[in-house]
Ligand binder design. Sequence first.
Ligand SMILES: O=C(O)CCC(=O)C(=O)O
Ligand SMILES: [Fe+2]
Length: 340
Amino acid sequence: MTFISSEMAEGRRLSDRQIDQWRESGYTLVQGLIDRQQQLDVLALADQTFPKPSTEAAAKITDFGSNGAWVFPSAHRIFNEITLCPHLLRAVASLLGVEVEQLRLTQSDLWPKYGRTEKVSSQDNMDQRIHVDYPNHSLVHPPEWSRPEAVELMLYYSDASDCGGETAVVPRAGPDDDAYRWPIVDSPGIGALTFTNDRASAEAALQAGQPEMFKFRTQLYNREVYVDFRQGDILFYRHDTWHRGTPLRPGTRRLAQNMTFRVADAEWISTLHPGWAWSAYRPSQYLEKWIATCSVLQRTVMGFPAPGNAYWTEKTVAAVTARYGPLGFDPTPYLKDRLE
Ligand SMILES: O=C(O)CCC(=O)C(=O)O
Ligand SMILES: [Fe+2]
């Protein structure tokens, strides 16, 4: 088994080597982008939110995600700040080779995974089948490898030396790598194959019904490398990177946050959460207050019209200010270029 360790970002920017690794191999593991204190603050809140390991409540959690408990936008402002941290946005933009203003957030979910001894069903996420994530993010298929339109990432709040549960990835070995033959359809849940999460269940069915695909997938497992994550490490990967979750040590819990940023015009990449709209009208007004006071860039990455967008006229600036002004919104950046 090969384990890979993170490398430090350089001055909170990705190095050329890290960018190249993501572009060529489909992943890179980076330390030092997220503010440590912010991460510890979120960790403390998450620790209170999610069941402790080895409890009845924990035993019921056997799949990805927080079920809406910790998704963007959150009533905990600190979670939104980490999600739309400027260093993170700059890193993602550098992978895609676009301006930060072109990014759009479509996923931010902080979720627990628990170490257990018994798998509960063929949909259990303990020991996952090797897969790519595009089918439940994109309405289509990722474009050719050389023109990615999204970055997916996993920010780890735990340490693999405590809990295990390393994410496994299959590094792409250049454009002729058979593991990345195109289109990428050799997985349950794609085409006519129904979705199965658990490795043993998925592979047994494929061995019986799709022997060529089973053989192909055996080489994927053979080529896996394990992400030996430390707290604060970020695995940047792609919707077309082969990867999977592996079992945690029984009795432990791993906390990690999955995020996806797409380029603005890739509208076929969906937002995964109830999200923005269903967060409005809450008694605490956390969404409205966040929009009123976050940075212009953070708003833009949420899909709020950027300064200079044709949406902005003298009238719309006044109307949006009427809506958010009482909560602290500063319209100045949106006035530029419109009122001259
Ligand atoms: O648990 C992990 O490390 C990976 C999870 C994953 O890939 C998924 O649920 O799609
Ligand atoms: Fe995945």
